[in-house]
Write a protein that binds this ligand. Structure first.
Ligand SMILES: Cc1cc2nc3c(=O)[nH]c(=O)nc-3n(C[C@H](O)[C@H](O)[C@H](O)COP(=O)(O)OP(=O)(O)OC[C@H]3O[C@@H](n4cnc5c(N)ncnc54)[C@H](O)[C@@H]3O)c2cc1C
Length: 421
């Protein structure tokens, strides 16, 4: 029997595994001939893009719900090593250390929040990078009512990338609800060392500033952090900000186990892959999602995003089966890119293209965001093998053309949402 092992069950890993199982089914290859095994730290798929939201229970999809109906075996365990020559992975499970051999490997362990060696960051800062991080923040916020600290209802979000903007936009309403009669004390600050908040956001940047003003989020560009302690943050200028809640959103870096590969990693530590998702220069290993870097349209590298992670997963799954069985593989190419950023109760902002041209904003864009976050990126949860396989086809939706987007923003959005992955 041959074995395909998929490491990770995030957007890339889950869809790789389903894509592989779908292709095997299409080829009528039985599981006695080729099995697909997923190894994931937790028994669930986390809709990580929603970890900034309030209702975290909705971000969890049990692996059993999706993988059992399609006959994919999964192991709950922590991958601690990979023997690339011996073709085996080492796994720490609740019952001890074990190993799993493979004929083909898909590396999809994702990314982790970058944590620079800033004093107090590890001990006092919160994050929304993982489900566990988001739960810890939730518990902390719930305990604020019994605190007497100065800055009890002040939240300082450091890092104004996409994640920082999304959590900062959520917090005013969330904190006011928790504060009740003390809602006047609520203060949310979004800080970044860049001279402009969200400066990478192209035409969406002024929209973000406008939304933050409406939400009463204070913006602190050119913010240079020295340390974090239990009372808040201290800047390099010596200024102290009293804030019971400091949330660190300082960017993502590929999983540290990418360092096991003797390849030229990119700036974010990612593995270089070719258009078939094979790790360049490493036999029998594919990679997808945040751990991999692909020139997605021949010019631009993939973003660490589920927008790219999901199709990378579907194609990696399809191709790993074809490679194993000596069949022709499918190259992945996507020549469009969008950004849909949640701006809390104000709405959202939606841009087209790598230069981020404004397509829609406010509640129109919010409907798109909700449809993506709450429906489109979920695997079917009805236990239907046919539906699960259908969702994992190695296909890309045709991109909407800007010229065809219609006159009203509503029309733009409706056209666009059909094509957004
Ligand atoms: C708050 C937030 C908001 C975001 N918003 C957006 C957005 O709006 N749009 C967008 O496109 N992207 C967004 N992203 C980015 C997106 O979530 C990631 O790009 C995406 O999750 C990457 O998918 P992945 O499968 O590569 O990695 P992950 O989703 O991180 O999955 C990796 C998996 O590997 C498992 N794992 C890790 N280490 C081990 C180990 N040693 N052993 C076993 N298992 C392990 C993890 O438990 C996880 O299941 C957001 C991210 C965050 C944190």
């Amino acid at each position: 029997m041959k074995r395909i092992v998929v490491l990770g069950a995030g957007f890339a890993g889950l869809w790789s595994a389903i894509g592989a199982a779908r292709k095997l089914e299409e080829l009528r290859v039985s599981r006695d001939e080729v099995e697909v095994v997923v190894i994931n730290k937790y028994p669930f798929h986390n809709i990580r893009v929603r970890n900034y939201e309030e209702h975290l229970e909705e971000t969890i999809v049990p692996l059993s719900e999706v993988l059992n109906p399609i006959g994919v075996r999964w192991i709950e365990g922590d991958v601690s090593d990979i023997d690339l020559d011996g073709k085996a992975v080492v796994i720490e499970t609740s019952t001890g250390r074990t190993s799993q051999s493979y004929d083909r490997l898909v590396f999809a362990l994702g990314s982790k929040l970058v944590r620079p060696p800033i004093k107090g960051l590890g001990s006092y800062a919160f994050d929304v990078d993982t489900y566990q991080g988001a739960k810890r923040l939730e518990a902390h916020l719930a305990g604020l009512a019994s605190s007497h600290a100065p800055g009890r209802y002040t939240a300082l979000v450091i890092g104004a990338g996409l994640t920082g903007v999304e959590i900062a936009a959520e917090l005013p309403a969330r904190l006011r609800k928790l504060a009740g009669g003390d809602a006047a004390d609520v203060k949310v600050i979004l800080a970044d060392r860049t001279p402009l908040i969200a400066q990478e956001m192209g035409e969406a940047q002024p929209v973000i500033e406008h939304a933050m003003a409406a939400l009463e989020v204070e913006l602190r560009p050119s913010f240079f952090l020295r340390e974090i302690d239990e009372q808040g943050a201290i800047l390099t200028s010596g200024e102290r900000i009293f804030a019971s809640t400091v949330i660190w959103c300082g960017g993502m870096r590929a999983h540290p186990m990418t360092e096991l590969f003797s390849v030229i990693h990119d700036k974010q530590g990612r593995l270089p892959v070719d258009s078939f998702l094979r790790v360049k220069g490493v036999a029998d290993v594919f990679a997808a999602g945040d751990a991999a870097s692909l020139l997605i349209d021949g010019r631009h590298e993939t973003m660490m995003s589920c927008q790219h992670g999901r199709p990378m997963g579907r194609f990696a799954g399809h191709n790993v089966v074809c490679d194993l069985l000596g069949l022709e593989m499918l190259p992945l190419q996507v020549d469009w890119y969008t950004t849909v950023l949640d701006l809390g109760p104000w709405g959202a902002v939606y841009t087209w293209g790598w230069d981020r041209q404004l397509a829609a904003e406010g509640m129109t864009a919010k409907r798109v965001k909700q449809r993506i976050n709450c429906e489109r990126i979920y695997p079917p949860r009805n236990g239907s093998k046919a539906d699960i396989f259908e969702a994992a086809r190695a296909e890309i939706d045709a991109p909407p053309k800007l010229a065809n987007l219609g006159k009203s923003r509503r029309a733009q959005t409706d056209t666009a949402v059909e094509s957004v992955d």
